[in-house]
Unconditional design. Structure first.
Length: 317
């Protein structure tokens, strides 16, 4: 009898413990974490590098400032509220419309002004933040996602997660909101993760709640065969994000806006491992190959080409 751990290792699956010890701890310097754990700093770094991000309408920093929310929003009918130091999608609230003194959530349900104010107050208290420390609430542009995902997203905004190791993109998936995830694109909250063929930008089947799926659980539409527009540019964008924070093991989350094109949502110093399930492919072969290299190209274009070459060389037989 072969042990499950042996089978997973032979399949090139990166485990949680190995990710933490061999990749995050060794490649992500602790002093650099604030550059990605603070979404305000990440947004500023991206803008300085000429990388597009969702427009920031304002920041609520104190309980007293919650009363100024209407002035902050102005004429904007849709917006997103998120904790500056949140993780895993916790505390993110997507509002798609305003109807007098009530707000329409991405799921279609309504909430009152008092409910919204209470949510922001919870953000300020640190309820959704890393370490539970007091936080700020960011209010920003609500992405209008590209219609290419219309059939495979339920009342929310899909995003594309790419794992970048030492500046080299090694795996991607599109994360698709569901009814269970309340319109959020976070897998641990019930969203679907569909793998992306790195060479072609075509979606594949995926995973939802750790189960293999070929169709979206709410719309019934097939997951595979969607051609991601501008895929080459998206890979290049992910590679460029390595230069923002110099974290060796990084998750880059990008959305496709129908008017503004690709926008970087956030960077993640501790990206999850479900991307392996979504792609039916382990991360280890590519990661090990990059580790063995004496030098890594400094050019983002060359790093993308390197990543694609590695995927071909280490494709399952």
């Amino acid at each position: 009898m072969r042990w499950p751990g042996t089978i997973l290792r032979e399949a090139g699956i990166l485990s949680m413990n190995q990710r933490n010890a061999d990749y995050i701890m060794l490649n992500n310097k602790r002093r650099l974490y604030p550059l990605v754990d603070d979404k305000l700093k990440t947004k500023e770094l991206a803008q300085q590098a000429g990388i597009a991000v969702p427009e920031l309408y304002g920041v609520v920093k104190t309980e007293h400032a919650i009363g100024d929310l209407e002035d902050l929003l102005g004429e904007h009918r849709s917006f997103v509220v998120k904790p500056a130091h949140g993780s895993g999608g916790n505390g993110i609230l997507v509002i798609t419309d305003r109807r007098q003194s009530r707000y329409v959530k991405a799921s279609g349900s309504m909430m009152s002004a008092d409910d919204l104010n209470h949510h922001i107050s919870n953000i300020l208290s640190g309820m959704f933040s890393l370490g539970g420390m007091p936080d700020h609430a960011m209010v920003e542009y609500c992405v209008q996602f590209d219609p290419i995902f219309e059939d495979v997203a339920f009342q929310g905004v899909p995003d594309i997660r790419t794992i970048v190791f030492r500046g080299v993109p090694v795996a991607s998936m599109v994360r698709l909101p569901t009814r269970a995830s309340d319109g959020k694109a976070n897998l641990h909250q019930g969203a679907v993760g569909a793998g992306i063929d790195m060479a072609t930008g075509l979606t594949q089947s995926g995973v939802c709640q750790n189960a293999r799926v070929t169709t979206h659980p709410d719309t019934g539409a097939p997951l595979a065969g969607i051609s991601i527009p501008g895929w080459d540019k998206l890979l290049l964008l992910a590679a460029r994000c390595y230069d923002l924070a110099a974290l060796g093991y990084l998750g880059v989350d990008v959305v496709l806006d129908r008017e503004h094109g690709p926008l970087v949502l956030e960077l993640n110093a501790r990206p999850g491992l479900s991307i392996q399930l979504a792609n039916r492919r382990g991360l280890l072969p590519a990661l090990k190959a990059i580790e063995r290299m004496k030098t890594i190209p400094t050019s983002a274009d060359e790093r993308v080409a390197l990543g694609l070459d590695l995927l071909v060389r280490h494709a399952p037989s």
